[in-house]
Design a protein around this ligand. Structure first.
Ligand SMILES: O=C(O)CCCc1cccc(C(=O)O)c1C(=O)O
Length: 327
């Protein structure tokens, strides 16, 4: 979040770093200034204009109202408020207008939903979308620093002929753990009664809210893969209207927040290793379905920590600040 604020040259007059009591007292260097990390208490939000939350849903539920009460705009990166009717759920390239309907809190969508919306919104606008079938290939970083370390540790173990031991992935609070190295895990977050995981249901519900269209049929399969940064998605859509493939490629190449990387003859297509650290969403492998008239497949890759979280939140703040006349 701090790195993204600096890369975007966000015009903050001062930066206040808040965390749990356990982290309070550490100092972070920001542009040569040593900024102390303070404990996140209700009083800590006095004088704060924009509060970027990314400390888990419980903290957002407890402290976001306290920040709003003290005059802050809260941009919350957790799922705590995403489906609340009065809270805008915003992907700037899709529904930036919703920012101005906030009542103190604006919610940042789930990383996998964000990148899919950036790629599909242009198609939705021109051709309409009846159905989405998506398989995700999600990086370990989406599950936190301990998951990254476990990926590396299980890879090292296997490469040295030892048996890998896992204690974090796929879900740290559940009892069964499996090595991610040289493996894929078809579970991200806990399972719901309908057999879908919470991560998969986020993609269904958040797509409906962001596009304000609950008619779209969304069938996700969310998978953890042995990648550190960058989520990839194999997306199949059925459009309402017929399309010419070249027109779709030109549309994607000229849409906000997207870069088309689609040149199979030269083996050009998005890859997480190349997308990591970058702001855009990358799309490629755009092809017409071989059997279904209005079927279209595409491959979508983005840095899950940047566009999937920090960048999307900072972009929301930029739009709000611009409207407030500061930018
Ligand atoms: O695992 C991934 O690749 C993405 C999961 C991101 C995430 C992790 C823990 C809690 C929440 C949450 O806020 O519910 C979220 C979220 O939906 O943003």
């Amino acid at each position: 979040m701090i790195d993204t604020l600096l890369r975007r040259e966000f015009p903050f007059a001062s930066l206040k770093l808040l965390a749990s009591a356990r982290s309070a007292g550490t100092v972070i260097d920001v542009r040569g200034e040593s900024i102390p990390v303070l404990e996140a208490t209700p009083e800590a939000f006095e004088g704060v204009d924009i509060a970027l939350f990314s400390a888990g849903g419980d903290v957002s539920l407890r402290l976001a109202p306290e920040a709003v009460k003290r005059g802050a705009l809260v941009i919350d990166n957790t799922s705590a408020y995403r489906m609340a009717p009065e809270v805008p759920l915003v992907v700037p390239e899709v529904n930036a207008h919703e920012i101005f309907n906030h009542h103190g809190i604006i919610a940042n969508p789930n990383c996998s939903t964000i990148q899919m919306m950036v790629a599909l919104y242009p198609i939705y606008q021109v051709y309409g979308i009846r159905r989405i079938v998506v398989s995700t290939y999600q990086a370990a970083s989406g599950a936190g620093q301990r998951a990254i370390e476990e990926l590396k540790q299980t890879a090292a173990a296997i490469l040295t002929g030892e048996s890998p031991t896992a204690s974090v992935l796929p879900v740290s609070k559940l009892e069964k753990h499996y090595p991610l190295a040289f493996n894929v895990l078809p579970q991200i977050d806990v399972f719901e009664a309908n057999g879908y995981t919470k991560e998969e249901m986020k993609m269904v519900n958040e797509t409906h809210k962001i596009l304000a269209d609950s008619r779209i049929q969304v069938t996700p399969t969310a998978v953890r893969v042995p990648v550190v940064y960058g989520h990839s998605e194999a997306v199949y859509v059925e459009t309402e209207k017929p399309f010419v493939l070249e027109d779709v490629k030109n549309l994607l190449a000229n849409s906000p927040g997207l870069i088309l990387q689609d040149d199979p003859a030269n083996q050009i297509y998005p890859q997480p290793l190349q997308a990591a650290g970058e702001f855009p969403v990358f799309v490629g492998r755009v092809r017409k379905d071989l059997f279904v008239e209005n079927g279209l497949s595409l491959w979508v890759v983005a840095d899950n920590i940047l566009k999937g979280a920090a960048l999307n939140a900072v972009q929301i703040a930029e739009i709000w600040v611009r409207q407030e006349g500061v930018l």
